[in-house]
Ligand binder design. Structure first.
Ligand code: C5P
Length: 226
């Protein structure tokens, strides 16, 4: 007897975070960025000096870690993230974390623990949850499932702009495309809960669409379907 759930999945850089937050705000729903959780765990692993291949050691720290997420004061501010009491809001968006997160997110104990937490946070519903496996694994019974995509060229352009706005290392478009493609490949080819469009998800191809247009489309779908 829970409130509705909106699941938004898709490849890296498709605009999921921005859109999911705006949908949540417009519909007065909670918002959960599951990618931020995998990023926070990756930060903790690198910080601890554990090898990213040491699955038992990673399983151990993940089972004990405490992740907190909070909304920034302004609607556009990035969501704030803490792990074991330490704020990592900015640190988890670095290229360093981005290039290691898929290897850690592919590990069974990491996914088991984080999925359990996500299911607990979403159990009452009334929430927009964004990630790679929300519609397929975390909440396969979500009332509305969206699969957000864009061409790799478009996604690379958006990511480059994001990084520029944050004053981070300036990658060429080619490097950025390469990074996104590698991450998508790893996320789509891992053994457990790979990135997939759920059969009952609605795909929105966002090339040439503004954030407002994508947001409106999802809100309309919600009002029609939920
Ligand atoms: O969404 P974001 O780009 O922040 O996600 C970072 C990484 O976290 C993804 O590339 C993927 O490896 C992992 N992830 C995942 N399952 C999710 C969300 C993110 O494996 N539900």
């Amino acid at each position: 007897n829970r409130q509705p759930i909106v699941a938004i999945d898709g490849p890296a850089g498709a605009g999921k975070s921005t859109v999911a937050r705006q949908v949540a705000q417009a519909l007065k729903l909670l918002y959960l960025d599951t990618g931020a959780m995998y990023r926070a765990v990756t930060w903790l692993v690198l910080e601890s000096g554990i090898s990213i291949e040491d699955e038992p050691a990673i399983a151990e720290i993940v089972s004990k870690c405490d992740i907190e997420l909070g909304m920034g004061d302004e609607p556009q501010a990035p969501i704030r993230v803490w792990i074991n009491g330490q704020e990592v809001t900015q640190a988890i968006r670095s290229l360093e974390i981005t290039s290691h997160v898929s290897a850690i997110a592919a590990q069974t104990p990491v996914r088991q623990e984080l999925v359990k937490q996500q299911q607990r946070w979403g159990e009452k519903g009334g929430i927009v949850i964004e990630g790679r496996d929300i519609g397929t694994h975390v909440f396969p019974d979500a009332e509305l499932k969206i699969f957000l995509t864009a061409s790799v060229q478009e996604r690379a352009r958006r990511r480059q702009q994001d990084l520029k706005n944050r004053g981070e290392a300036d990658l060429s478009l080619e490097q950025m495309q390469q990074n996104l493609s590698e991450r998508d490949w790893k996320d789509s080819n891992r053994n457990i809960a790979p990135l997939r469009k759920a059969p009952d998800a609605i795909e929105i191809q966002t090339d040439g669409l503004s954030i407002a247009e994508v947001t409106d489309r999802i809100i309309t779908l919600y009002r029609e379907k939920v």
